[in-house]
Structure formats: C-alpha cells, structure tokens
Design a binder for this molecule. Structure first.
Ligand code: SF4
Length: 344
C-alpha cells in the first residue's frame, strides 16, 4: 500500500519520521544487533565528519549477533577507516574539476549532474563523496537559479541527473518545484534520479512523491543502489511497484565490496532478486578509491575472474557491466573480462 498523504497542518510524512528515528550512535546499533559493545570502531573525533547513520528498517534486515553481516559491514564505521593508504584520495572521481556552477557537474556529453543535497538516509562507509564539500557545492542554495540558467543556456544537455547525497532526502515540495522548472527547459528529455532511499526507506515512495513524478513530461529513470540481495526485502519490492506501474525505468548500480558481495553466488542472487523487484542490474562499480575506504577494495583481476564465473550463471540481461570511474574520462570505463562462453 502506498503511504497516504498527511492531512494539511498535521504530521510530517512517514519517511521523515522514520529518518528521525535512524541509528546515529554506534553503541545503539551494536546493542540493537546484539553485538559486542567493544567491537573496534572509528574514533569519535574522526567520526564527526561522516557519522554513523542507519535507518531502523534497514537495521532490521541485518542478522543479529553477526559482525560479518553484509549489510552491517556497509554501514559500520570500522577502525580501518583511519588507515591512510597511498592512492586513496579525497576526490576519487574528479568531481571538483568538473563543476560548472555551484553543485552542477558536467562530466559527460549531453548529461549534467545536480548535487541536490548532501543528506542521505544512510551513510555508506565506502561512499565516494564522503569528503565532498557539500556546503560549497549545493545547487539548491539560490533556489537552483545558477544551475538552471546554465542548463537552459546549453541545448546540448538532454538529461539531468539528480544526485547528492540522496536527492530524495529533499522534501517533495522542493523536488516538485525543481522538476517543474526543469520541465520548462525545452531541450531536456530525461530526468535521472540516483537514489538509495527506496531501499533504505521504502516509505519514501508515497503519494506526494508520486504526484510530482506523474506531472513531469520528462522521461524518468531511477538508478537505485543495492549491493546485496538481503537489502531487498518485501517492503522494498512493494514500494517499487507504483514506479513500475508508471513505466519508470528502474536500474541498479552496485559497488564491488570486499567481504560483502565479492563472490559470484552473492552477485547472482542480487541480480535475480533485483529482477524480482522489477529492477535491472546496470553497473557493478569497482570501488572509487576514496580515502578511508581502502579495506573494501578488490584487485581488478579478482573482479574480472568473478565476472567470468557470474556470466556462466546468469542470462545476459541480468549481468551488470563491470566499470570503473576514472577522473577526467569522457565516460565510465568498461572493464573487459573475457567471457568463457557467451551469455544468453
Ligand atoms: S547513499 Fe549514496 S551518496 Fe549517500 S552515503 Fe551512500 S553511497 Fe554515498
């Protein structure tokens, strides 16, 4: 069932309530998961810039008593984040040299990316924008004026990607206003929304969100982000249904993460579960080498071996493309892995 609209003057949408209840203190999450309270964590001083954040609904999908749970490992601020590893940098994908206006990034031909907000429902410890200077780079700061003027002045731009942070952290009033203004730019054809919210907070797909999606003339694509089949419980599958019914394309990008999804069986289960939820696997990213996340990384030849096995287990339409984002490159770089047999 789609969560109903709150009545005028009454409580905030359910998803905002859920967001306020999210775990923010490591000791609370450990207690809830019945884990050792002495589990090594990042020192409090280092945690300040990128604190723990886990919605309760997501924590409920973790196995209690298991510090190796693949969902827990994605959000647990491990002491390994403090290790400085050569080659792992603050701006891993070269965002900042591609800024055209505050919060407007132009990396690839025909598409621009709007950093709509720095807020997320969850803090993924491997996040490539974990050091991004959101306070300086928010396109929303002046009611989008500079970013929208730039887009309107460049008729080569066909697609706007709402990113962040997570763009669905913004209120629907703000999103509706932004999308209405994008609608009015004649050369725009597509709206892409990069979001992890429907997985973290399935309540986010409510009537208010669907109302502005129904109004836009732009062809809409959601690119979700799930790394493991256990993230996609039935509440997520149900939440995605109204998007599917509206013909919105649903794609998923994953990150290949050591100890979380770095085996073919796990990745095959993820692809199959995504398809059950009406989502097509799109990208499997090699980790963006961001400072503090080196412990999640895998060598490229391990990833290539894994893809060879995966290709023998899945039909071609469930096989994500193995890619790496290279700063300054004109597109994502596809990593060849030489299939042992053609996918069907
Ligand atoms: S939801 Fe996306 S932007 Fe937010 S912390 Fe996770 S990976 Fe980063």
């Amino acid at each position: 069932m789609i969560p109903p609209l709150p009545q005028n003057g009454q409580r905030a949408p359910l998803w905002q309530h859920e967001l306020r209840q999210a775990f923010g203190r490591p000791q609370d999450l450990l207690a809830y998961l019945e884990l050792d309270p002495a589990l090594p964590a990042l020192a409090a001083g280092m945690l300040r810039d990128f604190p723990l954040r886990v919605p309760r609904g997501f924590a409920a999908r973790m196995r209690k008593g298991d510090p190796r749970d693949p969902l827990f490992l994605q959000v647990w601020p491990s002491a390994q984040e403090a290790v400085v590893t050569p080659g792992y940098v603050v701006d891993a994908v070269g965002d900042l040299p591609r800024v055209r206006e505050a919060g407007l990034l132009h990396k690839y031909q025909g598409r621009v990316l709007l950093v709509a907000t720095g807020a997320c429902a969850v803090h993924c410890r491997y996040c490539f924008r974990r050091h991004f200077p959101y306070s300086e780079q928010l396109a929303a700061r002046d009611h989008w004026a500079a970013a929208l003027a730039e887009i309107a002045a460049d008729s080569s731009i066909e697609e706007v990607i709402l990113s962040g942070g997570d763009p669905l952290s913004l209120s629907d009033d703000k999103l509706a206003e932004l999308v209405a203004r994008l609608d009015a730019i004649p050369h725009l054809q597509r709206l892409r929304i990069h979001t992890r919210q429907p997985i973290m907070l399935p309540e986010r797909i409510d009537e208010r969100l669907l109302a502005w999606l129904d109004r836009t003339r732009l062809q809409t694509v959601f690119v979700l982000h799930a790394n493991h089949a256990a993230e996609l419980d039935d509440s997520v599958r149900r939440a995605l249904l109204p998007l599917r019914e509206r013909g919105i394309a649903l794609l998923n990008q994953s990150v290949l993460l050591r100890g979380i999804n770095d085996d073919a069986t796990t990745l095959a289960s993820l692809s199959k579960r995504l398809f059950e939820c009406g989502v097509l696997p799109y990208y499997l990213h090699l980790l963006d080498r961001v400072q503090g996340a080196a412990h999640f990384d895998l060598p490229e030849d391990d990833a290539q071996r894994l893809m060879r096995v995966l290709s023998s287990q899945l039909p071609g339409y469930l096989l994500p493309k193995l890619v790496r984002e290279i700063a300054g490159a004109p597109a994502k770089t596809w990593i060849a892995w030489e299939a042992s047999a053609p996918s069907r």
